[in-house]
Write a protein that binds this ligand. Structure first.
Ligand code: SIN
Length: 192
């Protein structure tokens, strides 16, 4: 079921000769920076919305019971807020491995809060990848997240950490917040 994108991503050599490259993170890359970076800055990209539409077999779920993690979907006029990291090109070997379950490197422009911009890389899981799950209601997404768990831990931890990181950035994401609300309602009900 899972498609390993490492080999495809290695072919994306556009920034290999650069001393450093900006990486835009919008999901776990916001709250879990398990790689060395030169600098980190809040940033945004245009024309994309964050959605819990990607399946996770390797981090927050399993082959038989995939979790749900975020990808970006094209959305004209939308702005996706996240965190940008300035890294050396060598870090992409680790990042490709981490994002191997369907994510492809894409070159993108990102904007920083001071109004400046830079070109860099974002990992996106497109509709044609084998782990893609696609749309579902936010309640159903929360229900799936409530029970999924994988080698990196419970799927709920990913959702709650992302929601908290976005709050700390001062950015509102209605989709993430709605799923968080449903999840907290389920888990609160289960504890009563
Ligand atoms: C990202 O965070 O930018 C990609 C998706 C993820 O790893 O959660």
């Amino acid at each position: 079921m899972s498609l390993n994108t490492i080999a495809i991503n290695r072919l994306m050599d556009r920034f290999d000769s650069h001393d450093s490259v900006w990486l835009f993170g919008y999901g776990s890359l916001i709250f879990k920076a398990d790689f060395p970076f030169i600098e980190r800055r809040p940033a945004s990209i245009q024309g994309w919305s964050r959605r819990f539409w990607q399946g996770s077999h390797d981090h927050r779920g399993t082959e038989n019971a995939p979790g749900r993690v975020v990808t970006l979907v094209p959305d004209e006029g939308a702005t996706c807020h996240g965190m940008a990291y300035l890294v050396t090109p060598e870090e992409f070997a680790h990042l490709d491995h981490r994002e191997k379950n369907g994510y492809l490197r894409l070159a993108t422009e990102m904007r920083f809060e001071d109004g400046s911009a830079a070109e860099g890389i974002v990992y996106i899981a497109t509709v044609d990848n084998a782990a893609y799950l696609g749309p579902a209601s936010e309640e159903d997404i929360a229900r799936q997240i409530a029970t999924a768990r994988g080698p990196s831990g419970p799927n709920s931890e990913y959702l709650l950490a992302l929601a908290q990181a976005l709050r700390e950035l001062g950015k509102h994401d209605g989709h993430v917040q709605a799923i968080e609300r449903h999840l907290l309602a389920f888990t609160g009900a289960a504890q009563r």
